[in-house]
Design a protein around this ligand. Structure first.
Ligand code: OGA
Ligand code: MN
Length: 294
């Protein structure tokens, strides 16, 4: 079957058909997905009824896996293999998470615009999110094109940010929602990491703004000034003209490039409706910036 991509917005995101993620991919198929990703930054592959094993195998075509389990989850409490980010509202016992469940608190962070694992020294490249059980009211995933957002900046701002380095930590994103309870060892593990704010895509060569809710500072700037500046950029970068809102159909496999996009989930009634999405993630080749010597 021929591999085809139909654009979903005038700017980015495409619907790709002709790939069967359950099968072993040929080199040509992997190259077609990579080329589609470099161009569209978000690809929706409908009708992919895959198992966890098939999702892992498909993901490995695109590079080394990023550990999905987040740093506040205890391994023995995981519902899925630790290579997965469990983006569901169900616990290991198969029941919906209680309102005050700690994992639910952490996953509310996905409501803020972010780039996956930007709090890691080697951040995420692709995220592959599989819709196993989807909801019909709310729960859209929205994506914003950080290349288009970069292109639309005025020249002064582009010059100002060219060499800017930001500090990212999950502590910063969760603190925006008032979540501040950590064990001392968690706090140590969540130490801020540094990333360039302007990145050049290794395949497309396009520049983008590496924004994320995990940003809490800019190296060399007073914190309030940094946060006000990042807010302005966030507002610019998430204008409707740069956004694609994905409404889920069961068995959609949505792949996005964290180097070139941000995303967020919209509210849904997570106390009464099951939503079971499972994410696998690949890593970038290396850090985007040198880390603090300390
Ligand atoms: C993710 C994420 C959004 C969603 O999987 O990384 O942010 O729609 N998910 O659940
Ligand atoms: Mn995410």
């Amino acid at each position: 079957m021929a591999i085809e991509v139909a654009p979903l917005t005038p700017v980015f995101a495409g619907r790709m058909t002709g790939i069967d993620a359950r099968r072993t991919q040929t080199a040509e198929e992997v190259a077609a997905v990579d080329a589609g990703m470099a161009r569209y930054a978000v690809l929706v592959l409908p009708g992919q009824d895959i198992t966890d094993e098939q999702q892992l195998e498909f993901t490995r075509n695109f590079g080394p896996l990023q550990d999905g389990a987040n740093s506040t989850e205890r391994r023995h409490e995981l519902r899925l293999d630790p290579a997965f980010a469990d983006v569901s509202n169900i616990g290991k016992d198969g029941r919906m998470l209680a309102r005050d469940d700690r994992r639910r608190m952490a996953s509310l962070g996905n409501r803020l615009w972010h780039s996956d694992a930007s709090f890691r020294i080697v951040p995420a490249r692709y995220s592959l999110l599989s819709g196993r059980v989807v909801v019909t009211e709310g729960g859209n995933t929205e994506f914003a094109d950080m290349r288009a957002a970069y292109d639309a900046l005025d020249r002064t701002t582009r010059n100002d940010i060219e060499d800017m380095i930001c500090e990212h930590s999950q502590i910063f994103s969760r603190e925006q929602l008032g979540f501040t309870e950590y064990l001392p060892e968690e706090r140590a593990r969540m130490k801020p990491v540094r990333h360039r704010l302007v990145r050049t895509h290794p395949i497309s060569g396009r520049k983008s703004i590496f924004l994320s809710a995990h940003i809490g500072g800019i190296v060399g700037w007073p914190m309030p000034e940094a946060r006000a500046f990042i807010r302005d950029l966030m507002e610019h970068a998430t204008q409707p003209r740069f956004v694609y809102a994905h409404r889920w159909t069961r068995h959609d496999l949505v792949i996005w490039d964290n180097q070139a996009t941000m995303h967020r989930v919209r509210r849904y009634d997570d106390l009464t409706m099951v939503r079971d999405l499972r994410r696998t993630t690949t890593k970038c080749d290396g850090p985007t910036a040198a880390q603090d010597a300390a």
